[in-house]
Design a protein. Structure first.
Length: 318
C-alpha cells in the first residue's frame, strides 16, 4: 500500500518529490540510530567521550542505555523506600526542616523516621529557626548552607546515605546536592533524591489547561535524563530511577469520612488549584491516570506523583 501524499510546507501542494525526500531522511535518521546501537563501545564516563554533539545518536544511545540500566518498577511509598535504605546506616539529611513546626510533630515526618531507623543521622538546613526547633526536640542538626562547601561537616566520617527529600525542586543551585555527595559520601554510599514527577498525568493535564496548583516555592521539575547528566558531570552515576505507584481512591467508610472532612474544612488543598486563563475560579486537580504505554516497563511505570533517584559513586555499568 502506497504511503499517503505529503503536503509540502514550502509549495503548499501535494509534492511527491518532497514525500520521497522525507522518507529518505527518516530512513537516514533511523539508520544512524541503528548504527549507534550496534556499535561495540568502551565504557565512557560521559557522553562527550562518544560524540561532540549532545543530539548525536551515539550520545542519545549512551544516555538511553544509562537510563535503561537504572529503571526500576514503581514503589508504593517514597518515605518507606527512603527509611528502608537508611536503616542501620550513617545518614545525612539535607533540607531536613519541615515547612512548619506543626509538621515536625507528625509521626510521618520523614526526618524523624530516618533518625529512628539509621545508626546515626545528622540533619543540615539553611533555616536557623527550624534548626533551633529541631535541636530543642533532641535532633542532631546543623544550620549551614552547603553551597558554601561542607563547612562543619568536613571532618565528619563519610555518610552511607545522603537524603534529599523533596528538595531539588526548591534550590537554585542544583550542583549543591551532587557536590555534597562527592565531598561527603562513603565509597559505596548513595544519594537519594525524591522530587515531584513531571510526567505524572495529573500534572501534565493541569499544565495543559493552565491551572496553577504546585507549591509556589518550586522552581523546576527534575527529569531522569537531567539527573543522569548532573550525576555524570560530578563523576557520579544514576543507578536507580522509579516513580511511586498512583494511589487508588479508598472507598472505606472511614477514609471517605476523612476526605469529606478535609473538603469541608478547606484542607484538601493538594487536590485544588486556580485557573490562570479565563474565569478566575478554583479548579479540581487530579482524577484517574490514563492508561500508560505498554512499551518498556509495565503499565503505570511513570505515572506516580513522585520520582525517586538513587545516585552512586561507582562506575557506569556496561
Amino acid at each position: 500500500m502506497a504511503p499517503p501524499p505529503v503536503v509540502c510546507d514550502t509549495h503548499q501542494i501535494v509534492c511527491e518529490g518532497c514525500a520521497d525526500v522525507r522518507r529518505i531522511m527518516k530512513n537516514v535518521v533511523f539508520k544512524s540510530f541503528s548504527q549507534a546501537l550496534a556499535e561495540a563501545e568502551a565504557v565512557p564516563r560521559r557522553w562527550s567521550e562518544v560524540a561532540e554533539d549532545p543530539n548525536d545518536p551515539r550520545a542519545l544511545v549512551w544516555r538511553a542505555r544509562t537510563l535503561r540500566a537504572a529503571w526500576r518498577e514503581p514503589i508504593p511509598d517514597r518515605s518507606e523506600f527512603v527509611v528502608a535504605r537508611c536503616a542501620g546506616r550513617r545518614v545525612l539529611d539535607i533540607g531536613c526542616v519541615a515547612h512548619d513546626v506543626e509538621r515536625m510533630k507528625s509521626p510521618q515526618w520523614l526526618h524523624s523516621r530516618v533518625a529512628v531507623a539509621a545508626s546515626s543521622c545528622v540533619g543540615v538546613d539553611v533555616l536557623p529557626e527550624g534548626v533551633a526547633q529541631m535541636r530543642k526536640a533532641g535532633y542532631d542538626v546543623i544550620a549551614h548552607d552547603l553551597t558554601r562547601g561542607p563547612g562543619p561537616l568536613a571532618n565528619a566520617d563519610p555518610f552511607d546515605v545522603i537524603v534529599a527529600g523533596e528538595l531539588i525542586e526548591h534550590v537554585p543551585s542544583l550542583d549543591m546536592l551532587f557536590t555534597a555527595a562527592c565531598d561527603l559520601l562513603a565509597p559505596d554510599g548513595e544519594l537519594i533524591i525524591t522530587t515531584p514527577n513531571p510526567w505524572a498525568p495529573h500534572r501534565v493535564a493541569a499544565g495543559q489547561r493552565g491551572d496553577c496548583w504546585e507549591n509556589v516555592d518550586h522552581i523546576l521539575f527534575a527529569f531522569p535524563s537531567g539527573i543522569a547528566e548532573l550525576a555524570e558531570r560530578h563523576g557520579l552515576v544514576l543507578r536507580e530511577a522509579m516513580t511511586t505507584r498512583p494511589e487508588a481512591p479508598s472507598r472505606r467508610p472511614m477514609e471517605l469520612a476523612r476526605r469529606l472532612r478535609r473538603r469541608l474544612r478547606g484542607t484538601a488543598w493538594m487536590q485544588m488549584g486556580y485557573r490562570t486563563r479565563g474565569t478566575e475560579v478554583p479548579v479540581r486537580i487530579g482524577g484517574s491516570a490514563p492508561r500508560p504505554s505498554s512499551r518498556g516497563l509495565r503499565h503505570g511505570a511513570f505515572v506516580g506523583e513522585t520520582f525517586v533517584y538513587v545516585v552512586r559513586r561507582t562506575a557506569v555499568p556496561t
